[in-house]
Design a binder for this molecule. Structure first.
Ligand SMILES: O=P(O)(O)O[C@H]1O[C@H](CO)[C@@H](O)[C@H]1O
Ligand SMILES: O=c1cc[nH]c(=O)[nH]1
Length: 232
């Protein structure tokens, strides 16, 4: 057991999918896993282990924001020896060419988060995807004819920015979309020498103001999950 996860040693697979929403974790386990077993419901942050096409895999909700995924990723890596962490999240588009329901693979994560600023004390660490997982995801998408976009994203500590035009300074530098966890995940993976990748589905657009429903955010995003499961 760790502070936030009540699984016994050996109950979590070496590869874990990480949605922010615990209901998405439940949906992934019940939809895709053979014989899913619930190993965690501390704080309602569901975690399940099962198999997919015979391969052992877990899914763990992380909550929202860098501090929250920081806790789950840290405990998964340090207490449960997890080696491969694949975030399956939602994100807001920063570009008019990035449409809702598009899939974005985060090559790198720019950030305004103190999660990265505090340890590096004003110097900049560049959080990046693990190259092997990144290439595997691109290949898996191509083999399935699933269109994906790849590039820099923003991990933000603030969902509701005071300035509605805040996104434009990042958009100008080609940042594709915004979410709230990837920079922390990539930084922790680098610190502990494990592999991490973030796959994101666009749930709304800061440019066009289109949105998806909460049901859709919890229970769809099938193509992103297919890519994630192909690279476990
Ligand atoms: O859908 P998830 O994985 O939670 O990801 C995004 O959605 C949440 C905000 O609504 C933040 O956690 C953000 O990163
Ligand atoms: O706009 C959005 C959508 C999803 N996640 C975010 O952090 N922002």
């Amino acid at each position: 057991m760790s502070i936030h996860i009540e699984a016994k040693n050996g109950e979590i697979a070496p590869t874990v999918l990480l949605p922010g929403d615990p209901m998405r974790a439940k949906w992934i386990a019940e939809t895709y896993f053979e014989n899913p077993t619930l190993y965690n419901d501390v704080r309602g942050m569901f975690g399940y282990t099962g198999t997919y096409k015979g391969k052992l895999v877990s899914v763990q909700g992380t909550g929202m924001g860098a501090p929250s995924i920081g806790i789950y990723a840290h405990e998964l890596i340090k207490k449960y020896d997890v080696q491969k962490l694949i975030r399956v999240g939602s994100a807001g588009s920063y570009q008019k060419e990035v449409n809702i329901r598009d899939i974005v693979i985060a090559m790198a994560a720019s950030s305004n988060s103190s999660f990265n600023n505090l340890p590096f004390q004003g110097e900049n660490f560049a959080p990046t995807a693990h190259a092997e997982l990144f290439l595997a995801a691109i290949n898996a998408a191509n083999e399935r004819n699933i269109p994906v976009k790849a590039g820099n994203i923003l991990t933000s500590d603030i969902f509701y920015q005071e300035d509605a035009d805040y996104y434009k300074k990042w958009a100008k530098y080609g940042v594709l979309c915004v979410e709230m966890e990837t920079a922390a995940l990539y930084t922790l993976a680098a610190r502990f020498n494990v592999k991490a990748l973030s796959l994101l589905t666009i749930s709304d657009s800061l440019v066009t103001h289109e949105t998806t429903t909460s049901e859709e955010r919890a229970e769809t995003f099938k193509e992103m999950i297919e890519i994630a499961l192909a690279i476990i």
